[in-house]
Design a protein around this ligand. Structure first.
Ligand code: B12
Ligand code: SF4
Length: 483
């Protein structure tokens, strides 16, 4: 029997061993577009590519390619991975047995029955795999249109005009929120709308990459909950339901932030909608565990939801900002509402540093929040940051702050500042993007020239502090260590 054509086939791209739970973006697009009457199918290719529980088994993720290392003496991220456009183009044009196998088994037939094929990429490695599949689709199905989207495209948006070559592999890229743009792209591909009607779209005309005007996200209140078919929850290392209560970041001022994109306004869902949807998702999936896909779930949202979550009897975890409201009594209510894990950003224990980073928090609030949550039985993770211009003594002080509170901490992640393509315009941290940045596809971590604690010393201190705190903790952080 001939199988029915679909309007859109969406793939969450491989290869990312770090993705241990389903990501929200693709299931959210599927739910929205299905609700608008389109036939959409989705597949988590990363899960299929790595196999179930790959991360737990310690199996190596197939390497799509071996990126070069950045070596410039003053590079903030020397030793980090470089993805120069020319090398990427060579890699994507080359044979790749693992990607080819995945293509033959899971992509070709599905793509061939679609009017449009979309790949979602959070990381640069996923973007490379997506570009490889787009090339193969072009070879096998000339005329079939492909599109890349996801956080990596948002991070690359400012750099796309310098990368026209990528549009010899894929037809389109959509940056930022894509519900309405993707709906319009489907209709454009059918010949119903001009290309100018598709906002947030990048495409090539001649040698030029054109980018259509920006369209803000739809209000969260108008979006349906995610559709998770094609994301078999029992096969993830950490089966949990991704759910968003807010969009953008309520605070949104941190000078080092590489999560908030420009013009990404803050919005939140009503408690009624949140409760109704979470309940329905849990019932439908048979899983009562949620990963809140908020950039940072505001305290007021937690406060408002706690009584409802308590009645729901679900487990949940989130990233949040420390707040005076995390008192011991509130922390006990959090725990009783199913809160398993909270990740907070400390970044630095230097008071001046906190000001420079525009965190808007005080150390005593960090201290009180961490203690209250941990004593109530909520597992607590902290982020610390090595940022440009920071002195070694400030970093040491930060690490000491964390290590001395290890009995309250389930997880410590000491990160290096990463400069994203879109941040080069507005970040006021010392340093500047190197001339190689414009052609580097590692869009969340472009080559950056700055003074600060040398990378080798940073890594030594990071592993030592993380070893002490995380060695002390009982078990890994759920959903990996974000950011
Ligand atoms: C919330 C969040 C989390 C949450 C929940 C994630 C979840 N389960 O969904 C938690 C804390 C658990 C988490 C964990 C991790 N995260 Co995270 N996370 C985020 C964050 C802040 C928001 C993502 C999100 O869900 N947004 C809401 C959804 C609806 O939006 P979206 O995914 O962007 O999708 C929209 C568009 O992008 C677009 N779109 C998406 N796909 C497609 C496809 C097509 C074809 C098109 C056209 C459009 C399109 O349309 C969607 C709807 O509008 C982002 C930063 C950011 N600003 O994107 C980082 C981010 C995605 N995470 C990142 C990472 C690395 C991780 C971890 C791997 C960390 C780790 N080392 O363990 C883990 C892996 C989690 C897992 N799945 O197993 C990185 C990835 C990029 C990179 N650095 O290389 C990001 C970008 C943060 C950063 N700046 O570094 N994360
Ligand atoms: S670092 Fe976190 S709190 Fe600060 S602006 Fe970014 S998402 Fe918001």
């Amino acid at each position: 029997m001939k199988r029915q054509r679909v309007d859109l086939r969406l793939f969450f791209s491989p290869f990312g061993q770090e993705f241990v739970a389903p990501e929200l973006g693709v299931p959210q697009l599927t739910a929205y577009l299905t609700g608008r009457g389109f036939r959409v199918r989705q597949t988590d290719l990363n899960l299929l590519g790595l196999g179930p529980a790959a991360a737990l088994c310690g199996r190596e993720a197939p390497r799509f390619w071996q990126p070069s290392l950045r070596r410039g003496a003053r590079l903030w991220n020397r030793g980090g991975h470089a993805y120069p456009l020319d090398e990427v183009l060579e890699a994507v044009a080359d044979k790749n047995p693992e990607a080819e196998l995945l293509y033959e088994r899971h992509v070709r037939d599905r793509a061939g029955r679609a009017g449009l094929v979309g790949f979602s990429a959070c990381t640069v490695d996923q973007a490379l795999a997506a570009l490889f599949f787009c090339r193969r689709i072009r070879e096998d199905f000339p005329g079939l249109k492909t599109c890349l989207g996801g956080p990596w495209v948002g991070a690359s948006w400012d750099a796309l005009p310098g990368w026209p070559e990528l549009f010899s592999l894929t037809d389109f890229m959509i940056g930022f929120s894509a519900e309405v743009p993707l709906e319009r792209l489907i209709r454009h591909v059918r010949g119903e709308l001009p290309i100018s009607a598709v906002e947030n779209l990048a495409y090539r005309r001649g040698r030029k990459v054109l980018r259509n005007p920006f369209r803000p996200s739809l209000p969260l209140e108008e979006l349906p909950p995610p559709a998770l078919d094609g994301f078999p929850l029992d096969r993830y290392v950490q089966p949990s339901l991704p759910y968003q209560t807010t969009q953008g970041c309520e605070w949104g001022h941190c000078s080092f932030c590489n999560c908030v994109f420009p013009k990404q306004a803050f919005d939140r869902k009503s408690p009624e909608k949140t409760l109704r949807e979470m309940e329905a998702l849990a019932r439908g999936a048979g899983i009562r565990s949620f990963a809140l896909a908020d950039l940072s779930t505001p305290f007021e949202v937690l406060e408002g939801m706690v009584p409802h979550w308590r009645r729901m009897r679900a487990a949940w975890r989130a990233m949040a900002r420390v707040h005076e409201g995390f008192t011991p009594a509130f922390a006990r209510r959090l725990k009783a509402s199913g809160c398993e894990y909270l990740f907070f950003g400390l970044e630095t224990a230097g008071r001046e540093g906190l000001g420079r980073l525009r965190k808007g928090i005080a150390l005593k609030t960090v201290d009180a929040t961490v203690r209250a949550c941990a004593e109530a039985g909520v597992r607590v993770g902290l982020f610390a940051l090595n940022y440009p211009g920071q002195s070694e003594s400030e970093l040491l002080r930060t690490l000491e702050f964390c290590v001395s509170r290890r009995r309250f901490l389930a997880d410590l992640a000491v990160n290096r500042f990463k400069m994203g393509h879109w941040m080069t315009i507005y970040s006021d941290l010392p340093g500047r993007a190197s001339s190689a940045a414009a052609r580097d596809l590692n869009s969340f971590d472009v080559p950056y020239l700055a003074d600060g604690v040398p990378i080798e010393r940073f890594l030594e201190l990071k592993f030592k502090a993380e070893g002490i705190v995380n060695g002390h903790s009982k078990g890994p952080a759920p959903g990996g260590t974000p950011r």
